[in-house]
Design a protein around this ligand. Sequence first.
Ligand SMILES: *Cc1c(COP(=O)(O)O)cnc(C)c1O
Length: 361
Amino acid sequence: MSRVYNFSAGPAVLPEEVLKEAADEMMDYRGCGMSVMEMSHRSKVYDDIIKDAEKDLRDLLNIPDNYKVLFLQGGASQQFAAIPMNLMKNKKAGYIVTGQWAKKAFAEAKMYGEAVELASSADKTFSYIPDCSNLAITDDMDYVYICENNTIYGTKYKTLPNTKGKDLVSDVSSCFLSEPMDVTKYGIVYGGVQKNIGPAGMVIDIIREDLITDDVLPGTPTMLKFKTQADNDSLYNTPPCYNIYICGKVFKWLKNMGGLEVMKQRNEEKAAVLYNFLDESKLFKGTVVKEDRSLMNVPFVTGDADLDAKFVAESKAAGLENLKGHRTVGGMRASIYNAMPKAGVEKLVEFMADFEKKNLK
Ligand SMILES: *Cc1c(COP(=O)(O)O)cnc(C)c1O
């Protein structure tokens, strides 16, 4: 067996301990004589798996009792529609557009009501987070929406927007559990799990209870109604059973690592290795403003598309996989999620230094 350092933005690297445990339990989950993939989601054994997963997530994020945790199908993108359908009582909401994912959510919301662009960083190819201290938020807006960590562009909000009392809805797909967060500052926090937690196809929603009502837009599908899912503890239909099981293992892994304060420190140290190199490099440069740099996704370029392509090819040959930037940005991107060890980032920087020596004219 040989594993590479996988810098993919998602689906992405998972902790090896988790993969090994899952492999060990594949044929016979703790004496059941079957895999978790094969068992009823209504069984006692499975009930323990999903309840444990929720409890561990609540512990990690200190989720208050008045917030529901939902494990749902459809990935993060399904929520682009579910959120307006459940929350747009006045059919109006404010969106802050900081990249492709926020843009997609904004476009989707327009199908259900008046979505207003409160701020955008499109003018500089989303290389910064706009000033959100005094946005034109009106009283009739149902919520304010952000994408907290911009996976493609590599920016992250360091302070949350002033929502002027409106509920904040945040897509945290690519920074989920990378550091502690104060859930009480949000109406909804949600994220697809394939970036920093588990296998693709599932989204976790953390929703303040008063936002879960029967008063949804006409035509909202039963499955997309938060109330359906909340009333049934994410078991209205067959949930993504195996995903929940793997996510549960990752939550336990995070607890064993010491929790989210420890992860934040580790992630800061890891990101610093790469950012410090980029700041000194004569060949490579980071693409976003320093203050708004993400700890999870680090885009960088040489400024020469041919050289970028050469870098991607040679890094792959050296066991550093998936460093090609998003097709809309070009260049390179290193995603350095929780499960990426510091040694992986150090190896990347070593490789970059060597590449620079050979290719700097
Ligand atoms: C990947 C990603 C999504 C889309 O997730 P899907 O599960 O593919 O729908 C949405 N938002 C952000 C911030 C992402 O990084």
